[in-house]
Design a binder for this molecule. Structure first.
Ligand code: GLC
Length: 558
């Protein structure tokens, strides 16, 4: 029996705008906090650490927590291979723990976003176990089964078309029992479901309703734009034969972004919108920003990857911001610099600078955070970035990420999934057992407890920034204009709402140098800086030190 916990949410529905004004924090549950000593993070561990996130005096004050998948899974793709959509993997706890988590978050004024992986299931999902047995039966059409295109001279069947898997190789796997191929856009152990089957559709929607009844406030939709394939599954045009990843050697005309996806999304959104205060964010799978904008709707955010792809130069960020502003117009974007699929942003930026000392790491982490929390859009923080966490190096042969083992061109995503460092205790306070992945570099000093005690830490900077953002309509929801402050290594932009204007300036290089502040009706004052500043007053020029990020403000009334 499920208990409807949505009632506990009424006091949170102050305005149905948290998806626009709020900040979301992504938890990778295996790596956040382990309560039972098995070396793997769990829901009870997360509940114990909620003070860090929301509702306590020193919390970051995030508005929602997005959990990467917590469902039962063989974990060949870090939980994105789901074998039961309706409950929690025992490694993470129980459904009762999940209900406790939702209640605890709601009490703290925060929300819970679940990851929905609806493009594919695990091959161990009972639907697939039955579907692969026979071409008749209730689950026969739950997946994309096709006869071979033919048989090659020496016997093996030929795949139905030329589609490739994102993780390399053909997207088709032969199933001898059923005597047909099935489609897998990801691992062979992740068969794609058939959204053109009415029964599959109803099964998915009833699962979605079930989680809403558990009180969740929203969903992150994994690779949603691949849900529908062209009905006849024609081969894709071959392009760019020299592209490094096989995926990019084809134009993906038929295996994603199909016109009827809009109707499918509308069905899903109607279910979600039936619950006031809920929202979603869609993960755009290898499509351009224009596609992201096209799928957007109020309360239904879509990630684009333009900022995540930017490199650590002012010019690269300026171009990315200009591209996004032009593409999104008056729609509302997201802002993310890191997630569980990419090297962490501070590690990427340090690699490009060729410097890995603590001081540069801290300075770059603070500068990047300043951008992330002051751009136009809903920020999505990735656990650990608030302490400046860095990637770990896991040799490919030891990779937990199956995709890295399968494809030499693929990066090893274990790197950005290291345990959270809470304190200088054994295993950084993450577990009393053996952590499932190595701890991040410098965890003895780069941890929550230590950084909480220091005014100059990355964590202290995140807390100040989040506080400033909460109190500033211009930073939360204002418009954005890039400005030129006379130094190519400084990124600068204005955010404006009503009579409040904020000016953000960020130096990307090692120099100390002056910039010209744009003229303003009232004097600029420093609202926040990544470096110590003696006084908030400034004139018409400002000296920025290496990697310094400053938010300046004024109101028309002084
Ligand atoms: C998404 C997830 C990624 C996963 C893939 C397949 O891109 O973010 O981690 O491997 O979908 O489910």
């Amino acid at each position: 029996m499920t208990i409807d916990r949505s009632a506990a949410r009424t006091d949170l529905d102050v305005a149905d705008r948290w998806w626009r004004d709020g900040v979301v924090y992504q938890v990778y549950p295996r790596s956040f906090a382990d309560s039972n000593g098995d070396g793997v993070g769990d829901l009870a561990g997360l509940i114990e650490h909620l003070d860090h996130l929301a509702g306590g005096p020193d919390s970051l004050g995030v508005d929602a927590i997005w959990l990467s998948p917590i469902y039962p899974s063989p974990m060949l793709d870090g939980g994105y291979d789901v074998s039961d959509y309706t409950t929690v993997d025992s490694v993470f706890g129980t459904l009762a723990d999940f209900d406790r988590l939702v209640e605890a978050c709601h009490r703290r004024g925060s929300r819970v976003i679940l990851d929905l992986v609806m493009n594919h299931t695990s091959s161990q999902h009972p639907w697939f176990v039955q579907s692969r047995q026979s071409a008749s039966g209730p689950f026969a059409d739950f997946y994309l089964w096709r006869d071979p295109a033919g048989w090659s001279a020496d016997g093996p069947p030929e795949p139905p078309n030329n589609w490739v898997s994102w993780f390399g190789g053909s997207a088709w796997e032969w199933e001898p029992v059923r005597g047909q191929f099935y489609l897998h856009t990801f691992l062979p152990e992740q068969p794609d479901v058939n959204w053109r089957s009415p029964a599959l559709r109803q099964a998915m929607w009833s699962m979605v309703r079930g989680w809403l009844e558990h009180g969740v406030d929203g969903f992150r939709l994994d690779v949603f734009n691949a849900f529908l394939k062209a009905a006849e599954l024609p081969s894709n045009p071959e392009i760019a034969p020299a592209a490094a990843l096989p995926w990019y050697r084809q134009e993906h005309r038929y295996d994603k972004d199909q016109p009827d996806l809009h109707e499918l999304l509308a069905e899903f959104r109607a279910i979600v919108d039936g619950r006031p205060g809920t929202a979603t964010v869609g993960e755009l799978f290898t499509s351009a920003i224009e596609a992201a904008v096209g799928y957007w709707a109020p309360r239904h955010l879509i990630f684009d990857w333009v900022l995540l792809d930017a490199t650590w130069t002012a010019a690269s960020f300026r171009t990315a911001i200009a591209t996004r502003e032009a593409a999104w117009g008056d729609r509302w974007p997201t802002v993310a610099l890191s997630n569980h699929d990419h090297p962490r942003h501070v590690s990427r930026y340090l690699d490009s600078l060729g410097e890995h000392d603590e001081g540069t790491a801290d300075a770059v982490a603070k500068a990047a955070a300043t951008i992330e929390l002051t751009l136009r859009g809903t920020p999505f923080l990735y656990y650990g970035e608030e302490i400046g966490a860095l990637d770990i190096t896991v040799p490919r042969e030891l990779a937990r990420d199956r995709a890295a083992l399968r494809m030499p061109e693929w990066w090893n995503r274990d790197g950005c999934r290291a345990p959270m460092a809470w304190s200088a205790a054994v295993n950084a306070g993450f577990t009393s057992g053996e952590p499932w992945l190595p701890l991040p570099p410098g965890a003895r000093t780069r941890n929550v407890e230590r950084e909480a005690a220091s005014e100059g830490s990355v964590l202290a900077h995140y807390r100040r920034l989040l506080g400033l953002r909460r109190g500033s309509p211009a930073l939360r929801s204002g418009d954005l204009a890039l400005v030129d402050v006379g130094d190519p290594d400084v990124l600068a932009y204005l955010r404006r709402a009503g009579d409040e204007t904020a000016l953000v300036v960020v130096r990307f290089d090692h120099r100390t140098g002056e910039i010209e502040l744009p003229p303003a009706a009232a004097p600029w004052r420093v609202a926040l800086s990544s470096h110590d500043r003696a006084s908030p007053s400034v004139g018409s020029r400002l000296t920025l030190r290496p990697f310094e990020a400053v938010v300046l403000a004024h109101t028309m009334h002084g």
